[in-house]
Design a protein around this ligand. Structure first.
Ligand SMILES: [Zn+2]
Length: 164
């Protein structure tokens, strides 16, 4: 018997650097030291983790296979638009996302005030209700690359159901 529900996991990290925007789930944040996330696209680390979890749940590989860094088409890309492309590919493969749980691991700034907006943007891109997306915040407790504010990490799970 085939499985009708699957869950995929995603992990991503990006370097914090000056002169870049800090975008998480499509929402812009202001870091107290003016740092942002470095990367080929808009470096939206949370959306990337969700994309990998979604692709994983559908058995479609990973973000690097779908959107190669060497492809100029994705330079500075809006990661929420890339997530919508992932949803299209997952849909074509016969799956529909139904739930996402996520964790952002970052020292500063706090996410709290933006959580509802982040949820809304991820939910819209995934095509699910806002209460089917959960966003958690954690820190590096001053240790490791997150604690030293060298980077930001994100984790996600996405659950999909078979529709075809
Ligand atoms: Zn990434």
């Amino acid at each position: 018997m085939s499985t009708d529900t699957r869950t995929g996991i995603g992990w991503d990290s990006h370097r914090l650097t000056a002169g870049r925007d800090l975008i998480l789930a499509g929402v812009s944040f202001t870091h107290p030291d003016g740092l942002g996330l470095d990367g080929h696209s808009d470096a939206d680390v949370l959306t990337h983790a969700v994309m990998d979890a979604l692709l994983g749940a559908a058995g479609l590989g990973d973000i690097g296979q779908h959107f190669p860094d060497g492809d100029g088409a994705y330079a500075g890309a809006d990661s929420l638009a890339l997530l919508r492309l992932c949803v299209e590919r997952v849909t074509e493969a016969g799956w529909r996302p139904v739930f996402a749980d996520t964790t952002v691991v970052m020292e500063r700034p706090k996410l709290a005030g933006a959580r509802a907006e982040m949820r809304g943007k991820l939910a819209a891109a995934l095509g699910v209700a806002e209460d089917e997306v959960n966003i958690k915040a954690s820190t590096g407790e001053g240790i490791g690359f997150v604690g030293r504010e060298e980077g930001v990490a994100a984790l996600a799970t996405v659950t999909v159901v078979r529709v075809a």
